[in-house]
Design a protein around this ligand. Structure first.
Ligand code: SER
Length: 323
């Protein structure tokens, strides 16, 4: 019987993945953990404060809960990592090796997200093949490549069933993103609703690979449920859904917010990170090996983002009026 411990459960992926896992397996089978005090974030299942850098605390929690799987989502994202790269290295790598060590002891399966950031300027840009040169130029990317290797190593050496996905930029409304280069594609929706305009920190023609969160969550669940014998790759599968530039996203937003205006003030750090990544991942191996299919393309994603954000605003408005 599955019992899943989620780390980073209050983050952008963690918030929605935890909800889906609870819906699928039941609230008693999921334990949401985060370094932030659970009093500050809501969860639909039991929630605890946990720092993955503290291996004893991690081990105790896994044992007490009787976890059979760990979905390890705690990490520092690309732009934030460049502000303090050594801290990002310690959090991303030491957290992961602790999770893998405890998983090996307890016989847990492991899910770890990798990223398009695991590729660098030497990788073919459009598309980046499943197996390609991985020489990223960001600390986040360094930790993602090392993480993929570490997961494969723990699989071959200790039999840990560790699986991963190389996500493109993830777009969602339920929880804010955590300091990534692709965050503009979320900020732009909030700005469109609030002010009808947005100043983008990337150039108008920066084409990036993206995915809507419901597709990403389904991908995690599907890759973790895929029969192991069908998997040639484990850490990690390229997955993708759509590619667009800020200019193209602004045009799609204009069909919901007429007169929406976008200006550009590129930030050199985030622009150089975006320019170092492929603009599209080739996910044919995920499609062949475990049947991956995306559902949301650009127009569907934009429509659903506005639906979700408007519902959120209406709820907040009703709460404020009731005060
Ligand atoms: N969205 C992430 C970032 O921009 C990429 O994995 O850092």
């Amino acid at each position: 019987m599955k019992r899943i411990l989620v780390t980073g459960a209050a983050g952008q992926i963690g918030t929605e993945l935890t909800q889906s896992l609870v819906g699928r397996y039941g609230p008693g089978r999921v334990l949401a953990t985060d370094i932030r005090d659970p009093a500050l974030w809501a969860s639909r299942c039991a929630a605890e404060q946990l720092d993955c850098l503290d291996i004893d605390a991690l081990r105790n929690t896994v044992t007490r809960f009787g976890a059979t799987a760990i979905h390890h989502l705690s990490a520092i994202l690309s732009a934030t990592a460049e502000a303090d790269p050594v801290r990002a290295y310690r959090i991303n790598m030491n957290g992961l090796v602790n999770v893998l060590e405890v998983a090996a002891e307890a016989g847990c399966r492991v899910f770890v997200p990798s990223s398009i950031a695991a590729f660098g300027p030497g990788t073919p840009r459009d598309p980046a093949p499943q197996s390609a040169l991985q020489r990223p130029t960001t600390m986040y990317g360094v930790t993602k490549v090392a993480g993929e290797l570490l997961c494969d190593y723990f699989h071959s050496r200790f039999g840990v069933d560790a699986r991963g996905l190389r996500f493109p930029g993830l777009i969602s409304y339920a929880a804010p993103p955590g300091g990534g280069t692709t965050d503009y594609a979320i900020e732009i929706f909030h700005a469109a609703l609030r002010e009808g305009r947005y100043t983008c920190f990337l150039r108008a023609d920066t084409r990036m690979d993206m995915m809507y969160m419901p597709d990403a969550i389904r991908a995690v669940i599907e890759v973790m449920e895929a029969p192991p014998e069908g998997l040639t790759h484990r850490n990690a599968f390229n997955v993708t859904a759509m590619q667009f530039t800020p200019d193209e996203l602004a045009a799609a937003i204009r069909s919901h917010v007429p007169g929406f205006r976008i200006d550009y003030d590129p930030d050199p750090l985030r622009q150089s990170i975006a320019d170092s990544w492929p603009s599209r991942l080739d996910d044919s191996e995920a499609r062949e090996q475990w049947g991956w299919r995306h559902e949301y393309d650009l127009p569907d994603m934009v429509t659903d983002m506005f639906r979700g954000l408007n519902e959120q605003l209406a709820r907040e408005g009703a709460l404020a009026a009731g005060r």
